[in-house]
Write a protein that binds this ligand. Sequence first.
Ligand code: ASP
Length: 347
Amino acid sequence: MIVKSPSVLLIYTGGTIGMIENPETGALENFNFDHLLRHVPELKRFNYRISSYQFDPPIDSSDMEPSFWARLVKIINYNYDYYDGFVILHGTDTMAYTASALSFMLEDLSKPVILTGSQLPIGTLRTDGKENLITSIEIAAAKDKNGNAIVPEVCIFFENHLMRGNRTTKINAENFNAFRSYNYPPLAKVGIHIKYETHLIRKVDYNKPLRPHYLFDTNVVILTLFPGIQESIIDALLKVPGLKAVVLKTFGSGNAPQKPWFLKILKEATDRGIIIVNITQCSSGRVQMERYETGIHLLESGVISGFDSTPECALTKLMFLLGHKLSEREIRYKMSSCLIGEITKGS
Ligand code: ASP
């Protein structure tokens, strides 16, 4: 019997991880992925078939756009049958947005799509990039005893933690430990062994074909409340022509000012068809609008709960649903539903 060696497609979009230090000048330069094995010789020891694809030119993830997400989905869809898993090397700054977006775009995904990056370039001595890259590849290729992917999800792997992509947020601009999934436990922890938490990983139908989606509507905004926020500013923002949806970052468990002008502006906006989703400014925990009077007033103004969604996930989910031209009613319903493990509604 011929045993096929595992295969992984590495997609380099840009970001710190793909840089090496020019030994002569000390300057950071973009890494040429055709020479991957030369720079990361450890990969040879895997005995995997590893191919790579690189964005040309590579982009700093601050320049990420839905069109790049569509490009990633196209690459994955095109190569879907030829690889066991996919590793996306991405700048850390907007990695959580890309991971959230891809989780909605890759419907019926049954193979791993692991995003990773690093805080120090792969070509520097103390880099965290090699460990992140090598472990991501191992996770992307990992199969259970039936030959199915152990982690058939879009994930972020960073500094020993494998996290569900649409639950993850960048929390530190300097530490190697730069990402957290506050409202959902890690899917795997990595030490001497990779310890998969199989009960937390999504159960999928491995026979279903991948259904790729590409459309987004970016007529959305995130509005963070703060004490002293002005009527004229909120009013002007919610009347911006073309605006379709707002992620409203409220206080604590979903609370907002009770001032009549504030609730009136929100009510008028929802009456005009603008979808307003309430998430908390706290890093952890969820919105419970029925808990305090302030939250109840928001409900009465037509605001819907985003439960324990991250801002990145609420925003990309709205852009995705709006892009698919669903009715306002359907979008409100889907925002209140868990589509791909992105929220826990709680009791
Ligand atoms: N600015 C870089 C980026 O997000 C930072 C990094 O890669 O970590 O592309």
